[in-house]
Design a protein around this ligand. Structure first.
Ligand code: SAM
Length: 282
């Protein structure tokens, strides 16, 4: 048998993985969900044909989206993750002993159930007693919160389908309103290789809610463009060099991607990306 799983990105690029077995293929209320066992990258989750998570390198995405804001925030206690139904971001956040509550708001309960079944290591943090799982639309959920969160992590799908509203100006305004004055938002902000038009729109919308923002990057071979970005935003200035080194020391055992020097290095984004998003300084 010669089975391949192909992700087709925007009818422009195809990335194929030699596959041993289709473990699950079905349609939820919101999206098509597939879990396949690939030869090079182990288990792979795709939603509407877009790669979300692979056993091979999920740690890059999840360490970058969780530990960087958690270490730059001075004392995070209450964190909301929107999207992130695979549980990987929550699992990383549970490594911070000082975090008292982690709320996960994922629109699609089927993603959570399938990830617990097929990606138990990624999803293991969902069993932590500080974690509350809410199945529902993150856009509606966050509107009910006012000035009460230390960190909001937007761990969304791409800006198509159910994830589209998670990139809108109004949504970022709601995130800003839900945060405490010194709160931090971090959002996955797509590949630096995407068009200036897509990236510029996301960055411009973030400015609808926040006065300060900075993007950072990491390399994820499972995604068709390889290089990925996240954007951190706040309504107070922040400096990535001021992250809490003592707290990093407590969580570093077991990390597979982030190093102490890697936190500031991640913000040294390539020149072509700086030009696309207008982040020429710092
Ligand atoms: N690692 C990821 C990637 O490739 O970008 C993101 C993973 S996570 C699986 C994204 C999740 O966001 C999906 O499970 C999807 O159901 C969820 N999602 C999309 N729109 C949402 C919304 N409006 N509210 C809450 N969750 C949403």
């Amino acid at each position: 048998m010669n089975l391949w799983y192909t992700e087709q990105e925007a009818e422009l690029i195809k990335l194929s993985f030699r596959t041993e077995k289709v473990l699950f293929s079905g349609q939820s209320e919101f999206q098509k969900i597939d879990v396949v066992e690939t030869v090079p990258y182990g288990r792979l989750l795709t939603l509407d044909g877009c790669t979300m998570v692979s056993d091979h390198d999920e740690f890059v995405y999840h360490e970058m989206i969780s530990h960087i804001p958690a270490l730059i925030h001075k004392n995070p206690k209450r964190v909301l993750v929107i999207g992130g139904g695979d549980g990987g971001t929550v699992t990383e956040l549970t490594k911070h002993a000082g975090i008292e509550e982690i709320i996960l708001c994922e629109i699609d309960g089927m993603v959570v159930d399938l990830c617990k079944q097929y990606f138990p290591n990624v999803a293991r943090g969902l069993n932590d007693k500080r974690v509350k799982v809410n199945i529902g639309d993150g856009i509606a959920f966050i509107k009910k919160m006012k000035g009460e969160l230390d960190i909001v992590v937007v761990d969304s799908t791409d800006p198509i389908g159910p994830g589209e509203g998670l990139f809108s100006r109004d949504f970022y305004k709601s995130v800003a309103a839900a945060l405490k004055p010194d709160g931090i938002m971090v959002a996955q902000s797509e590949s630096p290789w995407f068009s200036k038009e897509i990236l510029g729109r996301i960055q411009n919308n973030i400015l609808g809610g926040f006065t300060h923002k900075k993007s950072y990057v990491g390399a994820i071979p499972t995604y068709p463009r390889g290089l990925w970005s996240w954007t951190m935003a706040a309504n107070v200035p922040f400096d990535q060099r001021d992250f809490d080194r003592a707290r990093f020391g407590k969580i570093k055992t077991g990390l597979k991607y982030l190093t102490e020097g890697g936190i500031t290095a991640a913000f040294e984004i390539p020149m072509f990306f700086r030009e696309k998003i207008g982040q020429l300084e710092g």
